[in-house]
Design a protein around this ligand. Structure first.
Ligand code: CAO
Length: 422
């Protein structure tokens, strides 16, 4: 089966997570992704948080599958010449260096266009071009703070109150996914114009794009003075006094209140919980499931607004109902009533989840140095493409092969090795 992106050659000048996640996705779908790394060192994640001495860390292997690796010192003249050849024969260059690094290397947008007018240059930066913070270097949590996620996540009172970082890579992988959409759009655009273009995605913008409902809430709050679906309403109206969207703990982001509820064993198991959503039109089934038929007709409970002052009591009733049931038993009961809910799943459980393994969302890969390991496969499923995840490349594994493809002979390749260009 020909993969849809076969024939697209990508220079993968990325490191850490945001850029590699983007190019890995494109490699799964068939692009020839050539990872360009500094000789001797490579992507810093190769050696970060290692679980096996001297073997590429999972941090690297889980973000760089299906790629080829060439080592190249792009600050040396010969290295620059090799990169120029690569640029002439490629479709896309993806990079996520600190601001200005590519220009300092001599590969400005103008220079790249001279070399290959069809080239698409895709970048991740912390902030967008022209932003008053454009010079800042940025990692995941910095982006979560700058993009609105941290100020709207977490607890608004009590111990642990304050801005909170999500474990999900909203700044890194999320930005990489946005960039992948930008690259594919530019490829389609090039089919119409014959020209490449610059594609940029800032981590702040990518986080903000996921905080759309919080920006919605900010504007509602400024207009109405309170947010009726937040846990603070109506008991703690002072939380809305400064007209700044407050943190909502585990509340749902839409018009359906929800919360994380304790199940059997929560005292000792940190993940013995379910998320339960009080979906408006599932109210009657919820009453049936809980054995509370009287709530179906009591005007204090029949609408979402009427229920909000009783929401703590409703959640307490559900918790009482599930206190002798495991999270899986609780979900098995509620699913019969079509109630949106799920168990809180730990990484231990997800790694062993048979459904995820069957669908290819969790896959086992054989690596030449580390042996077998598990990684997360494509979250996007197709009817005519089954992305196959292969091992990440060893540092410089394909250097000679790629140099030969570019037309260098054995002697020249040996010289490059001898003088440390590769
Ligand atoms: N040969 C020679 N030099 C190379 C090279 C190669 N193959 N590959 C990279 N380099 C050089 C670059 O030219 C640059 O040198 P100068 O700064 O002297 O011009 C340097 O290596 C890389 O610099 P950097 O700023 O990218 O690296 P850093 O470790 O200081 O910062 C990071 C890391 C992530 C903070 C920064 O790259 C950044 O802000 N990136 C943009 C945002 C981003 O993607 N962040 C998310 C990372 S995932 O958490």
């Amino acid at each position: 089966m020909t993969k849809p992106l076969a024939g697209i050659r990508i220079i993968d000048f990325t490191h850490v997570q945001a850029g590699p996640a983007c190019t890995q996705l494109l490699a799964w779908f068939g692009a020839d992704v050539i990872k360009v790394e500094r000789p001797g060192a490579g992507d810093v994640t190769r050696s970060q948080l290692r679980d096996i001495p001297d073997v590429d860390a999972l941090y690297f292997t889980m973000l760089n599958s299906n790629k080829r690796s060439i080592t190249l010192d792009t600050k040396k003249p010969d290295g620059k010449a090799v990169l120029e050849k690569l640029i002439k024969g490629s479709d896309v260059l993806v990079e996520n260096f600190g601001p200005g690094a590519l220009d300092r290397m001599g590969f400005t947008w103008e220079r790249i266009q001279e070399l290959n007018p069809k080239m698409i240059v895709a970048s991740v930066k912390g902030f967008s071009d022209g932003h008053h913070y454009e010079d800042l270097k940025v990692y995941e949590n910095v982006a979560q703070c700058a993009g609105g996620a941290a100020s709207t996540t977490g607890w608004w009172k009590g111990e642990g109150a304050g801005p909170m970082i999500s474990a999900a890579a909203l700044g890194d992988t999320n930005t990489g996914m946005h960039l992948a959409i930008g690259i594919l759009t530019a490829i389609i655009g090039r089919q119409q114009t014959g020209k490449g273009q610059k594609v940029a995605c800032s981590m702040q913008d990518a986080v903000l794009n996921l905080c759309r409902v919080k920006m919605r809430d900010q504007q509602r709050l400024e207009k109405v003075g309170y947010l009726e679906e937040y846990p603070q309403y109506p008991h703690e109206m002072e939380a809305f006094a400064d007209k700044v969207t407050p943190r909502g703990g585990n509340a749902g982001g839409g018009g359906q209140p929800g919360w994380i509820l304790k199940c059997k064993g929560w005292e000792t198991d940190p993940n013995a919980y379910i998320y339960f959503t009080v979906q408006g039109h599932a109210w009657e089934p919820i009453c049936d499931a809980l054995g509370k038929p009287e709530w179906k007709t009591d005007p204090a409970y029949t609408t979402a607004k009427a229920r909000q002052p009783h929401i703590d009591e409703i959640f307490a009733t559900i918790e009482d109902f599930i206190k002798d049931k495991t999270k899986f038993e609780a979900v098995d009961i509620f699913r019969k009533y079509d109630i949106p809910c799920a168990p809180v799943l730990s990484m231990y459980e997800l790694l062993r989840d048979e459904s995820l393994r069957k669908s290819g969302s969790i896959v086992e890969v054989d690596h030449p140095a580390r042996g077998k390991y598990w990684t997360i496969g494509s979250p996007i499923k197709f009817s005519d493409l089954k992305p196959e995840v292969t091992a990440s490349p060893l540092l410089g594994q394909h250097t000679d092969e790629i140099l030969a493809e570019l037309g260098y002979d054995g002697d020249k390749i040996a010289t490059f090795h001898a003088v440390g260009v590769v």
